[in-house]
Ligand binder design. Structure first.
Ligand SMILES: Nc1ncnc2c1ncn2[C@@H]1O[C@H](COP(=O)(O)OP(=O)(O)OP(=O)(O)O)[C@@H](O)[C@H]1O
Length: 354
């Protein structure tokens, strides 16, 4: 058995403000349309404000430098208890660094951070036992069976979930006796999640959890995440899949160059909620389209011009992907994801990193 972090057994080692949008539960976002950084801030997590004692995660002015380069550069963020928050951002934006600071795995250079009310830099075993972590590389080649792995992990917690219930929850009951190395990629990921939740965490970190899943496995995984939310688990999800963020997240935060460019509910990100619709149709053999703020009225007028169905009619608004790509630009800062991941993989088995 490999001993991972914390001694817990591991199976792997400026433009103008254009609008004020409510994001729910008393938070608002300031939307600026014509600048990349920062376009939006949660008012509740404004610079200089006090950390929110009721939040599951509360961050003010987080700074993390590697050499003279700031990977995280003054981050403010509140994640409410019980919500699923998706952290989005291009390669090298600072997502993993941020999450590692929150997990108590990486030292920060500045700022105030509270996770379940505790500074992660000082979090002890009791605090850590309330966290669940599902890393990118997981259960892999274990010689132990699924049930053995879960029982071993559960034994480290005061009030673990029943391993059989966890297997049921993640859909691994039929594989209870199978060794980790014989599982398919999707089953291994389920096992990663099972290991992450068997300690009954109040806060679950999910790092790109569905990479490599087939479409059906992703849908099943989403259902699992929703059922965990129903059980009251707060989740911080990092993902590059925009549809996943849209399907799961109560709110999304877009990180770019170490700062939060925007925090919003998925439907409001980048002004989606108020963006004009694009109506398209075919007329006289030609594809036509028009932007309109009143698509219903437009389509009604259009329909009056045609005796039957309007040919090839579609009405579209910007997708989450559209606004996200616009927000971040296309060129990843710093490149080098593979190098960063490899470096991290090596560091993660060795305790807290600077
Ligand atoms: N241990 C390290 N030493 C030096 N630089 C690092 C280290 N870890 C990360 N970086 C750099 O910090 C920046 C942020 O990296 P980070 O891994 O946090 O980004 P990310 O948003 O998680 O990226 P990805 O989506 O590719 O996983 C990058 O420029 C990266 O190269």
């Amino acid at each position: 058995m490999v001993v991972g972090r914390w001694g817990i057994p591991s199976v792997a080692a400026g433009g103008g403000v254009d609008a004020l949008l409510p994001t729910g539960r008393g938070h608002c976002v300031l939307v600026q349309k014509d600048s990349l950084l920062p376009t939006t801030r949660t008012l509740a997590a404004g610079p200089g404000s006090e950390p929110d004692p009721d939040a599951a995660i509360s961050v003010r002015g987080l700074v993390k430098r590697y050499g003279d380069r700031a990977a995280v550069d003054g981050l403010d963020l509140d994640i409410r208890r019980g919500e699923i928050f998706a952290l989005l951002g291009p390669n090298g934006a600072g997502k993993t660094t941020t999450v590692e600071v929150l997990e108590g795995y990486r030292k920060r250079d500045g700022g105030d951070v509270r996770v379940l009310g505790v500074d992660p830099a000082r979090g002890g075993r009791r605090w850590r036992a309330q966290l669940g972590i599902v890393l990118q590389s997981g259960a892999g080649d274990s010689q132990l069976s699924v049930r053995e792995l879960l029982k071993a992990r559960a034994s480290y917690y005061a009030e673990p979930r029943d391993p059989d219930e966890v297997m049921e929850l993640v859909g691994l009951t039929a594989e209870a006796g199978a060794r980790g190395r014989t599982l398919s990629g999707g089953q291994r990921r389920r096992l990663d999640v099972a290991l992450g939740i068997v300690g009954r965490p109040r806060l679950l970190f999910l790092d790109e959890p569905t990479t490599g899943f087939d479409p059906e496995a992703r849908r099943q995984f989403w259902a699992l995440i929703r059922s965990l939310r129903d059980l009251g688990t707060t989740m911080l999800l990092t993902t590059h899949y925009l549809d996943e963020a849209e399907a799961l997240a109560d709110r999304v935060g877009v990180l770019a160059r170490g700062q939060l460019a925007e925090v919003a509910v998925p439907a409001a990100l980048g002004g989606r909620g108020t963006a004009p619709a694009v109506v398209s149709w075919t007329e006289d053999g030609v594809r036509r389209s028009a932007e309109t703020a009143t698509p219903t009225a437009f389509v009604r007028e259009l329909a009056a011009r045609f005796p039957g169905e309007v040919p090839d009619l579609t009405v579209a608004r910007p997708t989450l992907e559209d606004v996200y790509l616009k927000m971040i630009g296309q060129v990843p800062e710093g490149g080098g994801t593979a190098a960063a991941v490899g470096r991290r993989g090596a560091e993660r088995s060795q305790g807290v990193s600077s």
